[in-house]
Structures are given as structure tokens and as C-alpha cells.
Design a protein around this ligand. Sequence first.
Ligand code: ZN
Ligand code: FE
Length: 270
Amino acid sequence: MPDKNSLQVRPIAAYDDNYIWLLSDSHCAVVVDPGDAEPVIAYLKEHQLSLEAILITHHHADHVGGIADLLTWAKASGQHLPTVYGPAGEDIPGVTDALMQGDSLHLQKPACLLWVLDVPGHTAGHIAYFMDAGDDKHLFCGDTLFASGCGRLFEGTPAQMVASLEKLKQLPEETFVHCAHEYTLSNIKFALAVEPHNQDLLDWKSRAEALRQVGKPTIPTTIAHEKLVNPFLRCDFSPVINAVHRHTPLKRKDPVDVFAAMRAWKDIFK
Ligand code: ZN
Ligand code: FE
């Protein structure tokens, strides 16, 4: 029988392809990037959980849009207000505690320890949360690292994004990667345009398609898996460099140039 105080991590689907990650024990919950309050409230009610904290990775509406309604709901249902954590570098209404690289969160309910990583690129102030729960390690990375892909560069530079992805690559191999969107199949399609002979990627495509056919998430993946199947983590691998160079002739082949050209290729890829 599972320990009733053990920490659960599960996705709540929102909008077309967002995942709102929920961490909970048997009584208390924390949500990451609640773009919409309604599915979160439905889940909390169904499982009789109180909402203790909200963790935000960046300011985009599909990640912060539910904050105000969750606070209103908590107040109306007689609960104390959840603490709202978010990036120090972004101005987000409702955030009560601003976080940056090196900060850690010791949450009591549910009991967990999270470390904050600055991962600029998708947005300028984007942060990620790394949770070390002993045997299980979890990364909540918003729109920075996706399964077989990465976020678009709306505010940051390629050099920043490469450094952010490099930071995530350094996390323990077994770390579960919880990203905020189900973009996996379209990301795999692009990844195969870059690396058509990558057998790990071909195997992953079959597994991901089977999961989606029965309506299951392809997330979480792991850092180890992403290193094998995510071209954006493979900018120093010669088949990737050569494929990018064939598509967009590169003057220099350092990882930032390779990344920038590959990201621009993906932006227009259909
Ligand atoms: Zn975003
Ligand atoms: Fe998003």
C-alpha cells in the first residue's frame, strides 16, 4: 500500500495542450503554472486537497492566468491564502515571494524541498524548480525544456538559452522532466528532420504515438532520455551540427550558432 503521506506528482490538463503540475500528499497540494483555475479547483475539490502554494515559472498568460481565481476560490472556501512564488525578474500580479537562482523552498505542506534555477531564454526572467525527493528527482521547467524540444526565444538570446539548457543537462540523469506543454509529437517530427537515423528517437516516436493514441501524457521524460532524443541538447553532436549546416550554412559551428540556426529552422518547420 502506498504511504499516504508520500508525495504525488501529476498533471492536470488545461487549454489545448498545457499541463498544470500538481504536487500533493493526502491533504495538501502545490500547483505549478496554473494557467487556468477551473480544472485545478475541480481536482482539489474531488480529492479534498487544500492549496498551500502556487509556483510560477514565467509570466505568460497560459501559466499565470489562473492565479487570481485560485486566490478568490481559496478565500471563498475559507482556506488560508496560498503563497504564490514566482521569478524575481518578472512582474507578475499575485506573486508574493520572488525567487532567483540559488534560492530554495522548504515547503511544509506537502513536505518538499525545491531549488530555484534561473533559465532565461523563452522569457528573460524564466525560472525552473528542481525538487530532490530522495530517490525521486523532479524538474518543473515551464516552457524552457520540452520533450524532444525547447521553448521559443521570445525575450532571451540563443546564448542565454544554450546556457539554460546546459544547466538543466547537468541535473541528475534520472530527474523527471515536467514541462508545461504536450508538444511531444510535433517536436519529434522536427527532431527526426534533424536526426532521421537516431534509433532512440525512432523508438521514442512509437512509444509517444502509442501514449497519445490512448490519451495519455508523454510527460514526464527524464534528463537521460532528453540527452538521447532532444536535438536542442545535442548541439555539439556532429550528425546534428551537419544537419543544421545543410539546412542553414553556418560560418561557425559552435553550440550557440548551431542552436540559433536550429531554433530558427524549427520556428518555420511544418
Ligand atoms: Zn511561455
Ligand atoms: Fe506556455
